[in-house]
Design a protein around this ligand. Structure first.
Ligand code: NAD
Ligand code: TDX
Length: 340
């Protein structure tokens, strides 16, 4: 089995590469990644010498490069993680989100049509469903919930999902789609809530909480997401969407306080700043379908996963400190410099 994993130098993609190489020693895993600001080759250093692994630096929008890789590797499957993934960046500058997330997805699927494939899997997000009210804990996103996006990021992901399902209906491409809730764990890029708060707390810098910190996210440990995708590409039904989430809803302020407690830092570091534009209130996934059909259940409890994650950031400071000392500094100044 040969699998092309796009975006494998990013957060979830790299964890998926490790999961697959560990679990299936006879599979060939090819990582195709453009190495944008969010991609990091050092993340993959432990697998670079693995004879079952190959890294290829390329853009998923580059038809020629994608076709060449298909000709060389004749993949059985493609799992597409490659995307622009940060909501705040999409609000500042939507264009690259449309290019990578929509046109890149089409380019990959066109290669799948041209060369043939057993499965094309699209890694999507619960954000395509928009948001739920904070005061309705009885409401959840199911696979039937209508698409109703809030940000340029989620709109680009929704556009890609629709295209994937259309390629199935129109061309009979064997596709599947997973829509997962917020992930956390090792190699999470420090622009996102949990690693940003860990890094700032360790440096005794203010922790910028948007609005009142009441927005709710449904957190899942990254390894649990990787296991879900593994199950879907092997046993999931073609043409189907699977929601992935662990019923672990937390408000942002609760998370930030837990991180401070775990690190022994004072709550006085918390600073409330201007809210995100169009900020989704609450995400909550109903994972009944993947549990029922594929027997998937989350294995890592949030309290254990958060401890493991914080430990990882403490033990791998060079990984994230190198990131936050580079061009990230300009990003941080622009986004948070005079955010009141
Ligand atoms: P990430 O930003 O950490 O990594 C994205 C990776 O894609 C990087 O390695 C980057 O270099 C690569 N990439 C970007 N544009 C590319 C292009 N044009 N060609 C080739 N490679 C390109 O993202 P992540 O958090 O690991 O998310 C991975 C996927 O999972 C995304 O599709 C995202 O929408 C989805 N997702 C993320 C979460 C989450 O909580 N992080 C939750 C649900 C779904
Ligand atoms: O500095 C911050 N302060 C803050 O209050 C940051 C970076 C975030 N937040 C809030 C905004 C959100 O309510 O924390 C929450 C989580 O924010 P992000 O980490 O940016 O994640 P989110 O916007 O929820 O999107 C994530 O989950 C779904 C991923 O980035 C997406 O790629 C995925 O699809």
């Amino acid at each position: 089995m040969t699998i092309i994993v796009t975006g494998g130098a990013g957060f979830i993609g790299s964890n998926f590469v490790f999961h697959m190489l560990n679990k299936y020693p006879d599979y060939r895993i090819i990582c195709l990644d453009k190495l944008t600001y969010a991609g990091n080759l050092s993340t993959l250093k432990t697998v670079m010498d693995n004879p079952n692994f190959r890294f290829v630096k390329a853009d998923i929008c580059d038809r020629e490069a994608v076709n060449k890789l298909f000709e060389e590797e004749k993949p059985d499957m493609v799992v597409n993680f490659a995307a622009e993934s940060h909501v705040d960046r999409s609000i500042e500058d939507p264009e690259v989100f449309l290019r990578t997330n929509i046109l890149g997805t089409a380019t990959l699927m066109d290669a799948c049509r041209k060369y043939g494939i057993k499965r094309y899997h699209q890694v999507s997000t619960d954000e395509v469903y928009g948001d739920l009210p904070i005061d309705r804990p009885d409401m959840f996103f199911t696979e039937e919930t209508p698409i109703k996006t809030s940000s340029p990021y989620s709109s680009s992901k929704a556009g890609a999902d629709l295209l994937v399902l259309a390629y199935h209906r129109t061309y009979n491409l064997p596709v599947s789609v997973s829509r997962c809730s917020n992930n956390y764990g090792p190699y999470h890029f420090p622009e996102k809530l949990i690693p940003l708060m860990i890094a700032n707390a360790l440096a005794d810098k203010p922790l910028p909480v948007y609005g009142k910190g009441e927005n709710i996210r449904d957190w899942l440990y990254v390894e649990d997401h990787c296991r879900a995708i593994d199950l879907i590409i092997h046993n999931g039904k073609v043409g189907e969407v699977y929601n992935v989430g662990g019923h672990n809803e937390m408000s942002n302020i609760e998370i930030v306080k837990l991180i401070l407690k775990e690190l022994g830092k004072p709550e006085s570091l918390i600073t409330f700043v201007a809210d995100r534009k169009g900020h989704d209130l609450r995400y909550a996934i109903d994972p009944a379908k993947i549990s029922r059909e594929l027997g998937w259940l989350p294995e890592t409890k949030f309290c254990d996963g958060l401890k493991k994650t914080i430990k990882w950031y403490l033990e791998n400071r060079e990984w994230w400190q190198e990131i936050i000392s580079g061009e990230y500094k300009d990003y941080y100044a622009k986004m948070y410099g005079d955010r009141k």
